[in-house]
Design a protein around this ligand. Sequence first.
Ligand code: NAP
Length: 506
Amino acid sequence: MTERRRTRLIVPVCSPNPEQMLADARRAVTAGADAVELRLDALPALPSHQLLRDLLAACLPAESIVTCRPEREGGAYDGDETRRLETLKNALQCGATWVDVELDTDPAVRPDPSRTILSHHDFDRCPPDLDTLASTLDAAEAGVGKVAFAADGPSDALRALDVLRNAGKPTLALAMGEAGVLSRIAARKLGAFGTFAALESGAESAPGQPTIHDLRSLYRWDEVTPQTPLMGVVGCPVAHSMSPAIHNAALSATGTDGFYVPLLIQPGWENFARFLDGIRRRPWLNWRGLSVTIPHKENALRYVGEADCDGLAVRIGAVNTITFQPDGALRGDNTDYAAAIDALCDAMGISRPQLDGRGVTVLGAGGAARAIVAALCHYGAAVTVCNRTVKRASKLAEEFGASAQPLEAAERTPAEVVVNCTPIGMHPDVDACPVRSLPPGTQVVFDTIYNPVHTRLLQLAERAGAVTLTGVDMFVRQGAAQFSRWTGKPAPAEVMRSVILRTPGH
Ligand code: NAP
């Protein structure tokens, strides 16, 4: 790889004392860091010449970056500016590979420019004059340019990627915060100078920094090339989503090029459309697919347009899967409903059309219930919607040709199948159960909750000898269907399932 293309995995060490910093630098190298950033501003005092030598030796054979960030740029150093710059110059004399110097530092007193990372940070927002700033850094006398700013949404991460794409020299461009994670992982795709990864959770030097373990094991860092396709999950909140874990594991297990990231987009059509417009304007990103979760499923349908969405997804009013076709056109699907009814049909040993006439009670009348009720009614099942708010049950039932009852009536209403679409029994309320006893004639019970897997409702069903289906079955199927659409390969469903079951809380 050329110098421009070699994207370093940089681990910052912000240890509060010299002993800890020496140990952390060594740990960072062992964990696979290409460069260790020594954050001298985290120490109680500027280091002596000897300590500096020891710290730099602890970074070997990785590169070292010495930083002493002043308070004005979000760091912890509040001492004398001349002494700060002398320490950085001293670090270069002692063998540091790079020193980080802020753009607002007087050029006359900056250390050797060829070994300087010239940086600018904005912890409040994406700088309105980002393009100018990027050009200034690019033209400045410095080996490397760096800009890091707070991301309002993943659209800002796209702007950081633009900076990398347009840079004429080795550059770091990072959108900070949970909404900017994309910029940190895609940095390698764009040939950035580096990306920052924390030694462990809690040791981040900036918001949104993944750990080195997550970057390498979860986000497939070592596999990323300029051509690598992108995928992700759009939602708010999205940090809890299991989708990055299952999709990245599926990509690894099948040897498929790609990585999958969480994309935190605040509620609202404008925010959603801005990001989608942004990735469509940047075909060089090679975006392959998006999972869409609350609160953007309706926005996804609107954005893709009814004509390019699955018919039942249109009736449900929600798209959870966007596929980017090779010609750039979008396709919208709802793999939630398909996953739910296919899991149900498999458990019952029947095909979709054989749902015709079967009695199904659906508990709940929210988003999940809506998708499942629509699909069941579409295939002719006799559905009863039982919900705490009866008016909501009636509205849903009326729309798709089902009947409605209060939630308490569920255990009196005969049904061959019961599907729980309420969060009753979900962590942390694991002792709760939406019914005290199963309805008469129940043979199959499907709880869409996946945390915990074996809910109280499913325990009740097992005791009654009913066939049980878990929310994990549904979640894995909806993810597997997305994977196949985007990669053209069968999904490794068992790998995806085991990732969920290995996650604490399952
Ligand atoms: P939602 O739109 O908020 O709807 C929640 C439904 O549950 C509403 O009908 C609500 O009744 C009812 N409910 C909530 N708390 C209740 C309580 N304490 N007592 C009685 N009823 C209560 O949520 P959603 O998106 O449909 O999701 C519901 C559940 O489905 C989730 O918790 C999740 O476990 C599961 N899910 C699973 C998957 C999967 O892939 N496995 C996917 C999506 C959802 P009211 O109308 O009276 O408020």
